[in-house]
Design a protein around this ligand. Structure first.
Ligand SMILES: [Zn+2]
Ligand SMILES: [Zn+2]
Ligand SMILES: [Zn+2]
Length: 463
């Protein structure tokens, strides 16, 4: 063991890790702190050692001895040529605690060198170094045999002791269950060479894989997968086209837009005069969904015409009018009131009689059909007119005749008669007499009605 000694080099292998105040219990390169950037310690052995890790216990004093900025290890199989050996990432710790450097692999050297890179102007100190020999049982395989070869991820039929293979593809991988070192060279003239070396370095092999072109599929047979019809409300898909020979997806499909509902109106019903109708439901003919419900339409009610008389009314019986609905033809009847009774009044008549009455002529008017007087115009007055036959001459006698005598009688007797006695000039003078009645006609005029005339003298009359 040698190094750039400063303190006591042998102290780092005395098994004491923390007696830092004792310069004899530690090693530093204090004397070289300004002349060199690195410091090395080399361990040498008479026979090769299986080494897996090194534990270092750093001495630091916050003054000159600081943790190194870098640590490297190198080993030598012959004591002359050194090869660097890597170790798992570790952060050195100060204060006499263990910093374990685990090598990437177990080495079997006769010498091991530790090289510290110092922080500028400082030195590195150690209180202890432990070179850990490999605890496991180490057996070196002596075979360089592969256990398998794959091309493009597919294992070729591997036969032990056979070194040449042929396979379609391009990417060659290989494995060895005896931990042989494997080097796969790039293909040359379609041949990939695999160089192997046994763990103990005593066996080497060269495998060859001749690459053949992969069969190119012309995708002659295809089928469409994942196709889906569009519905009224959901998009469909034309489907993806796959090769049924190589299962490769040749092309992707496209979305088929939802078709939307195709609707028609169902259950619509027109309202009639007497029954309500329905606007109808809007229903999709494809999916049957009722997109919109209808609503009730109120009954229209009959539309009656003006009606026709199917039976005339009389004074005694009502008539019938028949009305027809112009929409539905329904009919209904209505009564026509009885006709009002129109009374046609008759013109009353009067008769005259005369008789002797103690030197006077007694005139009596009698209303004809008096008991049925309601059938006649109402009598408004009565009386007599008379004059001598000589004075009358050929004229006819009435109230307007010049020279006549008119006698109005105030009231009628209960039997419809009225009388008056007049005194003639002589018993032989012939007179003309007429009884009269008056009534008011429908025009409001007073109308005279006369009896037949009587020509007589007093002596001509019976007593
Ligand atoms: Zn194909
Ligand atoms: Zn629909
Ligand atoms: Zn109707």
């Amino acid at each position: 063991m040698d190094c750039y000694t400063s303190d006591n080099l042998s102290s780092i292998i005395d098994g004491v890790t923390n007696n830092s105040s004792d310069t004899n219990a530690r090693w530093t390169n204090y004397n070289n702190r300004n002349t060199s950037d690195t410091a090395s310690i080399t361990f040498t052995w008479a026979t090769a050692q299986l080494i897996s890790s090194v534990n270092l216990y750093y001495f630091t004093d916050n003054y000159s001895a600081l943790l190194p900025s870098e640590v490297t290890f190198a080993y030598s199989l012959n004591g002359t040529d050194f090869t660097e050996i890597g170790y798992e990432d570790v952060t050195p710790t100060a204060g006499f605690t263990k910093t374990e450097y685990v090598f990437n692999r177990v080495i079997n050297p006769v010498a091991l060198r530790v090289t510290f890179t110092e922080k500028s102007g400082h030195c590195v100190g150690l209180t202890e170094a432990e070179v850990m020999t490999y605890a496991g049982k180490l057996e070196y395989n002596s075979s360089a045999a592969l256990s398998g070869i794959s091309v493009d991820g597919t294992a070729v039929d591997f036969i032990a002791d056979t070194l040449s293979y042929e396979a379609a593809g391009s990417q060659v991988t290989a494995s060895s269950d005896v931990n042989a070192g494997i080097t796969i060279l790039p293909a040359q003239d379609h041949i990939v060479r695999i160089l192997t070396v046994s763990e103990d370095g005593n066996d080497v092999k060269t495998y060859e894989v001749t690459l053949t072109d992969k069969e190119v599929c012309d995708h002659a047979n295809t089928e469409v997968q994942n196709a889906k019809d569009a519905t009224c409300t959901e998009d469909g898909y034309t489907g993806d086209t796959y090769c049924t020979d190589c299962d490769k997806k040749i092309s992707s499909g496209e979305t088929i837009p939802a078709t939307g509902h195709k609707t028609e109106v169902r259950n619509a019903k027109e309202a009639t005069c007497t029954e309500e109708g329905y606007t109808g439901d809007t229903v999709c003919t494809v999916c049957g969904e009722t997109v919109k419900a209808g609503s009730t339409i109120a009954a229209k009610g009959h539309s009656w015409d003006e009606g026709v008389v199917t039976k005339e009314a009389t004074e005694t019986e009502e008539g019938i009018k028949t009305y027809t609905c112009t929409s539905c033809g329904e009919t209904k009847t209505g009564a026509i009131p009885k006709l009002e009774e129109v009374k046609v009044l008759k013109v009353p008549g009067v008769t005259l009689s005369a008789s002797q009455n103690n030197g006077k002529i007694r005139l009596t008017g009698a209303v004809a059909d008096y008991e049925n007087r309601d059938d006649y115009y109402t009598i408004t007055g009565q009386g007599f007119v008379y004059m001598t036959k000589t004075a009358l001459g050929t004229k006819s006698l009435n109230v307007n005749t010049a020279g006549r005598t008119k006698v109005s009688i105030k009231s009628m007797g209960s039997a419809g008669t009225y009388s008056y006695s007049m005194t003639p000039k002589s018993s032989s003078t012939t007179y003309v007499f007429r009884a009269y009645l008056t009534y008011t006609n429908s025009s409001g005029k007073t109308v005279y009605v006369y009896s037949a005339p009587i020509y007589t003298s007093y002596t001509g009359l019976a007593k």
